[in-house]
Design a protein. Sequence first.
Length: 301
Amino acid sequence: MPEGHTLHRLAAQINAVFVGREWKVSSPQGRFSAGAKRLDGGVPQRAEAWGKHLFVHLESEIWHVHLGLYGAFSFRGDSEFSAPPSIGAPRAWVEELTPDYDEVGWLIPEPPRGAVRARVQSRSGWADLRGPTTCTVLKPIEYRTVIGRLGPDPLRHLAQAPGSEAPGPALAGSEETGSGRFLHNLSRRRISIGAALMDQSVIAGVGNIFRAESLFLEGIDPATPSNALSRVQGEALWDRLTEQLRTGVREGLIRTLRAEGERRHWVYQHQGSACLRCGAQISVRELQGRRLYWCPGCQRG
Ligand SMILES: [Zn+2]
């Protein structure tokens, strides 16, 4: 499943190629026809990510997408339309486009391939969304309900251009920092920290890889109850996740092991092999349907 850094890249991409220009929206597959009609012909004003959720704001409508396990956007366009071919689940590479334009100067898109839930199109390119878990249109009050259920997203608490952040109700009028909210959320939960990091109401944007790697690097046993973590541990974990997510946005992939070489992770998917730090055998177990990787030698705290 794409983790938060992927959604922030996606929002930046949509800001770069769609925002401020009229767009056409359709649902070639038909399952999003009514929603597409509400967005079609409008001018997207701002795209943002909050954890694993993407929101694209129009005048009074908000397009809400959650990619889930299989969702992905593919982008195609002419030389004015700079976009990576795909963001989300991996897709096959596509050949270069030979642009052709209609009588009002809009690029003529290729016919949709496969089950395209939503197609958004500008004058110079288009994006196809396939396989999302959520693809819907919200009114502002519904949007506030969705973000009100989400925990702090470390990538939203970085220095941003003024006006680019839209605080939710939980943040509005509050001096509280992201780490403060994270610590508060942990203090109110008895579930293990391994489970809490995947709970999007505790912290938004963390997935299976960042969970395993951050807990390893902080030496925290994933079975530790959330409310038993010390303040210092909680703050260090927040800082670690912030740094990992930020690097993920910059590099477009998750590399937590910074040494040279092919291997990118300390523990994620390295069960059965020797820990690079202590030599103990890396473990794996199922936790709420997802595999949790950790080193029993390093992660005792
Ligand atoms: Zn170890």
